[in-house]
Design a protein around this ligand. Structure first.
Ligand code: SF4
Ligand code: SF4
Length: 175
């Protein structure tokens, strides 16, 4: 979400805006202006959050870049930090980003075929939706068996997100 010291990386990425990392991002009242007011916002208990995927994220780009909230300017994933520290070169970082995008696209395709369209939901919410829908007609074991390849892809996606981007996931307990 930021481009400080790494002008190209975030502009070639944008995955932290599309629900692949988080379902929402907290903003401050001082972020509100006629442009940011048009974001899809959740307001609860005095807190204001952007719903992700962000409604202003189009083709991996922020369409309100100059007016984006502070959190969007300040956020740095692990990969970006490592790139700025010189631990990872930009070419490798772009490869990792492209691997992530392809992994999400593959999962999107399977979910689409399973009747869970992308709409405005990130990948994690759609996997949960598939599980909830399936569990109304089969057991958890049957669900896991029927969706083995998808669940392996999803687990690998989580591993990639944790290892390269610093996004933690709790492993579900086996029944
Ligand atoms: S995921 Fe990381 S590299 Fe990509 S746009 Fe967000 S902060 Fe930048
Ligand atoms: S306002 Fe821009 S930078 Fe912030 S989440 Fe939306 S698309 Fe991303």
């Amino acid at each position: 979400m930021t481009d400080k010291n790494s002008p190209d990386l975030c502009t070639k990425c944008g995955v932290c805006c599309d629900g692949t990392f988080f379902d929402e991002a907290m903003i401050q009242p001082s972020d509100l202006n006629p442009v940011t007011e048009k974001l899809d916002l959740l307001r609860k208990d005095g807190k204001i959050k952007i719903k992700l995927p962000c409604s202003h994220h189009i083709n991996y780009r922020c369409t309100i870049y100059e007016q984006r909230p502070w959190v969007c300017r300040a956020y740095e994933c692990k990969l970006l930090k490592e790139c700025k520290q010189g631990k990872v070169d930009e070419g490798e970082a772009i490869e990792v980003i492209n691997t992530l995008k392809s992994a999400v696209e593959e999962i999107d395709e399977i979910l689409e075929k399973a009747g869970i369209p992308k709409g405005r939901l990130g990948v994690h919410k759609r996997i949960t939706a598939l599980e909830e829908q399936s569990l109304t007609e089969m057991t958890l074991t049957e669900y896991r068996k029927a969706n083995g390849p998808l669940l392996i892809k999803y687990r690998l996606l989580q591993k990639l997100l944790t290892e390269r981007f610093g996004i933690p996931f709790e492993k579900k307990k086996q029944p």
